[in-house]
Design a protein around this ligand. Structure first.
Ligand code: ZN
Length: 159
């Protein structure tokens, strides 16, 4: 009889596809968006008390596009990776494009149909998280924080 060797699962991550897990860990180890901005156009802070994730997001606009993204905070690998992917993806996007990506991710997490024209890139790695409802908040935290930043932004005049 062949003895099946148990796979060595990472402590911090739920059981995800190996490839996706690798993408998440890669972002976790070397997160994007850590360089400070010289000018902040809008920002917001978010937290997920269930897991202890905290995120502070700042964005800089130029010519109606998001030119720079800064994200800091701490948390589990999923929230940090999601924030890193956000920082990477939103650069160069218009606010509307950024909102579409955010909505698309939320739809995926809540198993609703999505606009398949949107290229999700590394965000696809987070899709497996939806099988673990407790961790969905971790994956969405940077994105809900982004949306909060936008709400605040709409009430602030930019000089
Ligand atoms: Zn978390």
């Amino acid at each position: 009889m062949i003895q099946m060797k148990e796979k060595n699962q990472s402590q911090a991550l739920p059981q995800l596809d190996e490839l996706y897990k690798e993408i998440i860990l890669e972002h976790y180890r070397k997160p994007c968006g850590r360089e400070p901005l010289d000018k902040v156009d809008f920002c917001a802070e978010g937290m997920n008390p269930l897991c202890g994730d905290e995120v502070k997001l700042s964005l800089q606009l130029k010519d109606n596009k998001i030119s720079k993204v800064h994200i800091e905070g701490h948390g589990c690998s999923i929230s940090v990776a999601s924030g890193s992917i956000l920082a990477d993806m939103l650069k160069g996007k218009t606010i509307d494009e950024a909102k579409n990506i955010s909505n698309c991710l939320k739809n995926i997490m809540h198993d609703k149909c999505t606009d398949s024209k949107i290229d999700l890139g590394d965000l696809e790695a987070l899709e497996g998280v939806k099988k673990f409802p407790v961790r969905i908040k971790c994956a969405l935290l940077p994105w809900t924080t982004f949306e909060e930043a936008l709400i605040g932004h709409e009430h602030v005049e930019i000089s």
